[in-house]
Write a protein that binds this ligand. Structure first.
Ligand SMILES: Cc1cc2nc3c(=O)[nH]c(=O)nc-3n(C[C@H](O)[C@H](O)[C@H](O)COP(=O)(O)OP(=O)(O)OC[C@H]3O[C@@H](n4cnc5c(N)ncnc54)[C@H](O)[C@@H]3O)c2cc1C
Length: 539
């Protein structure tokens, strides 16, 4: 047993206190727009180095792509196949740091690639040995060749017809939205001010140099100006909107840099893959990758990579994508999931970065690495990359700020070993159903709140809802059921059935409308089978 680390009590996130702090006349060192993995990572890094930091998020933290990942903390075996060694090596090292800094939310996960052709196991096994070698000391366990019986022991529901054996290797998995909250709260503990439901609606330039931004508190409608030495645009697939505003203000045309590509996930019961091992098919019949990942008591199947032109907040799956996931799952699982087995369907948009002359239509060819651009006025834009590398991306952003003298240099590495709020080794697996263990060292603080023994359902108690309102910035039913707990992503029908009870508790805590009706309408989308054919390239 490792010794318990000292945990200061979590800071309360009372909305009027946050807004009052936002109103205070102050020039920040760093203002960040966007509260996904990227922006929160920058906020934490800058605050940990002692800079004054403010971050605004137009919706909820991780409402965008950062709650819709495949939940893998990984080097990216498929990027290895593409020969992108530097991306893989960096991600493998960041993987280790993430698992160490948030062990209650991110853990090692063993993957099995079943092989149905004689060449597959030696071919992929060799690649995975290189993966292990690149990880070096960061390796989580050795790659192993499995015979047929060993493969079936680890993947009891793998398709048996034609199965020859398999390869087992190690990566990690995590709860993405809760990790985002842990980043936000750790940044707040380091002095940063973070406000959700507060949109950046304008940029303020002085003599062609960016001097701050205008924000709107979406609860009160009030608009405020924030002064900052450095403004970071970390708005994911939405970065081009602010780049356009910046360009217009200084009379320069800015070409769009993001080509959005959507990825769909389908969630089914654990009975389809009753194991703590993930299944990876590196090359489906049409050359795509398929994952079946045990996560929070269910199985995630996915994903797709479909270009689209619009930037919907709640993008919908295309019929072809759902057919692909179900069809390929049926080829590799002995119990084939059917449409009626779907508990939830969710879609995320990848901010792939395109070369300036590219038409953005071939997403496989676009960069999976992150990009940092500093405009003539000083707007620092960061997008692309992966959740796994958020920390390294944040260091890169700050290095860019130093390079153009927006900030005076301070040494890096501040977050390399910084334990996030709640960090505590856990004997519970992330693949197990959700519960109090996901709160790590904050478990006792949750259990001390009223309603700790009132289970609403799906591992969510009344006390957890209260905790989310008091300490985790939750304002709406969606905040609680989609991101503090992950029930919308796990079982949208169950989430709907708990929504009214959650709304009552939130109303009591926050004294504002928790937007119950909006949640119920949105949850229907997570259950609806798509009727739309892919309509590419017009979205
Ligand atoms: C299908 C899919 C699967 C993935 N799986 C994995 C995986 O398994 N592992 C992994 O490491 N990575 C994975 N990724 C990549 C990873 O999820 C992304 O790289 C990461 O989440 C991007 O974070 P972000 O902060 O840049 O963007 P986002 O999370 O989208 O955050 C941007 C934020 O900016 C906010 N915003 C926009 N405009 C404004 C404004 N004007 N004012 C204020 N706020 C604004 C948005 O509301 C949003 O919250 C996956 C991506 C996809 C699409």
């Amino acid at each position: 047993m490792e010794p318990m680390t000292f945990e200061p009590s979590p800071l309360p996130t009372n909305r009027s206190d946050l807004i009052n702090r936002l109103k205070a006349q102050q020039t920040y060192d760093v203002a960040i727009i966007g509260g996904g993995a990227t922006g929160l990572g920058v906020a934490l890094d800058a605050a940990a180095r002692g800079f004054s930091v403010v971050l605004v998020e137009s919706h909820d933290f991780a409402k965008g792509t950062s709650s819709r990942a495949t939940k893998l903390v990984h080097g990216g075996v498929r990027y290895l196949a593409q020969g992108n060694i530097s991306l893989v090596r960096e991600a493998l090292h960041e993987r280790t740091r993430l698992l160490a800094n948030a062990p209650h939310l991110a853990q090692p996960l063993a993957f099995v690639m079943p092989s149905y052709k004689f060449w597959e196991a030696p071919f992929y096994g060799l690649g995975l040995k290189i993966y292990d070698a690149l990880a070096g000391k960061s390796a989580l366990g050795p790659t192993e060749f499995l015979n047929r019986a060993e493969t079936l022991k680890l993947l009891p529901t793998a398709q048996q017809a034609g199965l020859k054996g398999g390869v087992k290797y190690w990566d990690g998995q995590f709860d993405d939205a809760r990790l985002a909250l842990a980043l936000a709260r750790t940044a707040a503990r380091s002095g940063a001010l973070l406000v959700n439901y507060c949109a950046a609606t304008g940029l303020v330039h002085e003599e062609s140099k960016l001097a701050g931004l205008r924000v709107t508190d979406l609860e009160s409608g009030q608009t405020l100006a924030i002064k900052s030495r450095c403004v970071v645009n970390a708005t994911g697939v939405w970065v081009d909107q602010l780049r356009l505003l910046d360009g217009q203000a200084i009379g320069r045309e800015s070409k769009p840099m993001v080509a959005p590509s959507q990825g769909v996930h389908i969630v089914v019961d654990r009975s389809f893959l009753p194991t703590d091992h993930a299944l990876l098919v590196p090359k489906t019949a049409d050359g795509r990758v398929l994952f079946a990942v045990p996560w929070l008591g269910k199985t995630i199947l996915g994903t797709t990579d479909t270009p689209r032109n619009d930037l919907a907040r709640e993008p919908l799956a295309f019929r072809e994508e759902v057919d692909f996931i179900l069809g390929e799952s049926a080829r590799y699982l002995s119990k084939a999931p059917k449409q009626a087995d779907i508990r939830s369907i969710w879609v995320g948009l990848r901010p792939l970065v395109k070369p300036q002359e590219d038409d953005g239509e071939r997403t496989q060819a676009l960069s999976r690495e992150h990009t940092v651009l500093v405009s003539k006025s000083g707007l620092v834009t960061v997008t692309g990359g992966k959740w796994t590398t958020y920390r390294a991306m944040a260091e890169d952003v700050l290095d860019n700020c130093f390079a153009v003298n927006l900030l005076a240099k301070r040494p890096g590495g501040a977050t390399a070993n910084l334990r996030l709020v709640g960090a505590q080794p856990s004997s519970h697996k992330i693949s197990a159903p959700p519960g109090i263990h996901l709160y790590g060292s904050e478990g006792p603080a949750v259990l001390a709140l009223p309603g700790a023994d009132r289970m609403l359902g799906g591992g969510l108690t009344e006390a957890m809802v209260r905790f989310s309102a008091r300490h985790e910035y939750a304002r709406t039913v969606e905040d609680v059921l989609a991101r503090r707990s992950r029930l919308l992503f796990l079982d949208a029908t169950l989430a709907k059935s708990l929504a009214a009870a959650v709304a009552e508790i939130l109303k009591e805590e926050n004294k504002v409308d928790p937007h119950l009706e909006e949640f119920l309408a949105m949850a229907d989308q997570y259950l609806a089978l798509p009727t739309r054919e892919r309509n590419w390239p017009d979205g």
